[in-house]
Design a protein around this ligand. Structure first.
Ligand SMILES: Nc1nc2c(ncn2[C@@H]2O[C@H](COP(=O)(O)OP(=O)(O)OP(=O)(O)O)[C@@H](O)[C@H]2O)c(=O)[nH]1
Ligand SMILES: [Mg+2]
Length: 213
């Protein structure tokens, strides 16, 4: 009884005096722009780095009173089996899609649905980022993205979707805000969906989580 009270006081003091750390995992097929996005968030600059990630990278960066610890995973097929391990217990999962690579939409949909169907990840909020909106032919319409990637079929997750360009820094501010906002939330299968407001409403959307059947 006393130790439980002491533990609560300690935890409360920690929230007062220590920086909050948010752990998040960045997934998506190869060439989607994950590492580019992480570099942009870390440095504020776009760099055209074409080196595919082998395994994973980890970056820590301070934003808006929160330390973001970002796991940037390799998107090639041989690395996808380790995705789940790096998603367990994180504050949020970010799934990046190359919005101009129509040939890979079906693979992206299958991989997104597969990883989010894992029970160990239930309740973790998900941000789907359709990157490369600067390229001609890139899918930018939110309703279309919801259909193409089957976002309404996802159970037990709050899912938000933004159209972004890491190259032109489009919607990176709202992406960061979403990450900071979700840093303090604990994963729970009953997480209520918050309505995300963004300066560019047609390119962002939040879909409430559906209860599992
Ligand atoms: N036009 C355009 N190109 C981008 C954008 N974001 C990233 N790229 C380019 O896409 C290519 C792949 O980017 P990466 O960040 O390495 O992709 P990745 O998702 O980390 O790939 P893996 O590590 O293999 O999983 C690079 O040439 C980037 O410069 C964007 O917003 N617009
Ligand atoms: Mg990479």
């Amino acid at each position: 009884m006393f130790s439980a009270l002491w533990q609560s006081i300690l935890e409360w003091l920690q929230t007062l005096f220590f920086q909050q750390e948010m752990e998040l995992t960045i997934l998506g097929l190869q060439n989607a722009g994950k590492t580019t996005l992480v570099n942009l968030i870390s440095t504020g600059d776009f760099t055209d780095d074409r080196i595919p990630t082998v395994g994973f990278n980890m970056r820590r960066v301070q934003k808006g009173g929160v330390t973001l610890k970002m796991w940037d995973l390799g998107g090639q097929a041989r690395f996808r089996t380790m995705w789940e391990r790096y998603c367990r217990g994180v504050s949020a999962v970010v799934f990046v899609i190359d919005a101009a690579d129509e040939d890979r939409f079906e693979t992206a949909r299958v991989e997104l649905q597969d990883i989010l169907s894992r029970r160990a990840l239930d309740g973790i909020p998900v941000l789907v980022l359709a990157n490369k909106s600067d390229l001609p032919g890139a899918i930018k319409d939110v309703d279309e993205m919801v259909d193409v990637f089957g976002l309404k079929d996802i159970h037990n997750h709050e899912v938000s979707v933004y159209s972004i360009s890491a190259k032109n820094s489009t919607n990176i501010d709202v992406t960061l805000q979403w990450l900071i906002d979700h840093g303090s939330k604990k994963a729970s299968s009953s997480t209520a969906a918050a309505v995300v407001s963004a300066p560019d409403p047609p390119s962002t959307s939040t879909i409430p989580p559906k209860p599992s059947s």
